[in-house]
Write a new protein. Structure first.
Length: 481
């Protein structure tokens, strides 16, 4: 329904801007301001014409911009805004004409609400607003109270002539803290390394506001010299939650995989603040860092916190599984994990490479802490099923794992001869429990149809003293017919 609303509001703007706008009625056109016949249904025809009208509005974006900036009617402004959602300003067919509607608002500078809307539109236009750069620079010099918003706009427009010198000037001479931080972040977004000294100075500021924004600027820059990276590492342990979160995020962007960075991110993964943990999980995944402390931190974060932190930690853990299979296998066997945490580790191994799948198969052994979790992980990684056979065969012979091995073989539809032989052995073991033998019969019904020995064993089981075994064997044989 939002699209229908947008079509209708666009039609409203078109009606205000173009008297020739009309709707269809009974195969004929009528002006919008005329009254329709009572018997004519208006909604379908109105929507159809609105749809046609909105297609024509793209070329009239400059008029809609003027309505948005100058109209006193909030309904008209809302309608114009809906048009900008349908037709993004950064893809306007005639951006210069749009800029020409915006610049006079900045040159006047007296209507604060109109100025705020004008700067928002320029930010939405991005690089296509390059013709507005001289006017924005003049506006900053004449109205320094707007320097924060205007500097941010320059960062989104790009490195057009005059933009970088103006931002560097703001960095050095402005006494407006918000303008300075906006210039820092704009220089970071534009990858201007000349701005790093000023940003680094604010990264060491006593005020958390400066430290947060400076860390963000470094992250946007995507690069930092060694001394600045050292300051970021220290900022990852800052007393301010916001500073820690932004510093950790920036560490994930500058590409440093050294030991100090790895240690800082491992520590951040155990941070009580949710945003810090999320930033650390994303940073570790982006950098591909793999240390045992990081893996342990990711496991803890994978099972707690918000859904976004959990997803980021699990994705990072899977990337670790691709790179450091042996490490993840060793961590799987550590005693401190809960079952759910151990299952996360196993799944990270199972869904990755052949080496990871083989490691999961190797984890299924008598006395193995990760054996049950490994078999559950196998069921969630069917594409690696062929590598799980050896683990399932061992599970069929391990006390306490037989049922899980049978269920996993059935789930993966593994018809390997060794697995079928193991299921037959369990079915024909008179000393085994009835429930276990019934499970073996059910599994053979799925994977043993090609085996004469399986058919023989199931037929013999029809004579069992256990009704449960007889019923499962009968159903398995009937499924083959």
């Amino acid at each position: 329904m939002p699209q229908i609303r947008a079509y209708l509001t666009c039609l409203l703007v078109a009606a205000a801007a173009a008297p020739v706008a009309c709707v269809r009625e009974g195969g004929k056109s009528r002006p919008l301001d005329s009254k329709p016949k009572a018997s004519t249904p208006q909604i379908p025809s109105g929507l159809k014409e609105a749809y046609r009208t909105h297609l024509a509005l793209r070329d009239r974006l400059p008029e809609l911009v003027e309505i948005y900036l100058r109209s006193d009617d909030p309904n008209h402004r809302d309608a114009a805004w809906d048009a900008f959602i349908i037709f993004p300003l950064d893809d306007a067919p005639n951006p210069r004409a749009v800029v020409e509607k915006i610049v006079p608002i900045l040159e006047d500078g007296t209507d604060t609400e109109a100025v705020a809307r004008a700067l928002l539109l320029l930010r939405m236009m991005g690089p296509s607003a390059k013709d507005a750069v001289p006017a924005i620079i003049r506006f900053i010099r004449q109205h320094h109270e707007w320097a924060f918003e205007a500097a941010a706009v320059l960062g989104y427009i790009g490195p057009e002539p005059g933009v970088i010198p103006e931002l560097l000037w703001l960095q050095k001479v402005s006494n407006n803290p918000m303008a300075v931080t906006a210039a820092d972040k704009a220089l970071g977004r534009l990858k201007v390394r000349e701005g790093i000294p000023g940003i680094a100075m604010r990264l060491r500021s006593a005020k958390a506001y400066f430290r947060v924004n400076a860390a963000e600027a470094i992250g946007l820059m995507g690069w930092a010299p060694a001394k600045v990276r050292q300051i970021l590492v220290a900022a990852a342990s800052d007393d301010s939650n916001a500073v820690r979160a932004k510093a950790v995020w920036a560490l994930g962007r500058v590409g440093d995989t050294s030991s100090p960075v790895a240690e800082a991110l491992a520590k951040a993964l155990s941070d009580k603040e949710e945003q810090v943990g999320l930033a650390a999980a994303e940073a570790v995944g982006d950098l591909g860092l793999c240390t045992e402390d990081i893996v342990r931190g990711l496991v803890k974060r994978s099972g707690s916190g918000s859904i976004w932190t959990t997803l980021a930690a699990r994705q990072a853990l899977t990337r670790v599984g691709w790179k450091r299979t042996a490490m993840l296998s060793a961590v799987l066997e550590e005693p401190q994990w809960t079952f759910s945490e151990r299952r996360l580790i196993a799944f990270a191994l199972a869904k990755t490479s052949r080496r990871g799948a083989n490691a999961i198969a190797a984890a299924v052994r008598p006395g193995g802490r990760g054996a049950f979790a490994a078999m559950l992980a196998m069921r969630e990684a069917e594409w690696n099923a062929e590598f799980f056979v050896s683990g399932i065969v061992r599970g069929l012979s391990a006390q306490g794992l037989e049922v899980h091995a049978l269920e996993t073989a059935e789930h993966l539809n593994l018809r390997d001869e060794k697995i079928v032989a193991g299921a037959i052995r369990i079915l024909t073991d008179e000393h085994g429990g009835a429930a276990l033998r019934a499970e073996a019969a059910e599994t053979l019904g799925v994977i043993g149809s090609a085996s004469a020995q399986a058919k023989r064993a199931l037929t013999q089981s029809l004579q069992s003293d256990s009704a449960m075994v007889v019923d499962s064997a009968r159903k398995a044989l009937e499924s083959w017919k």
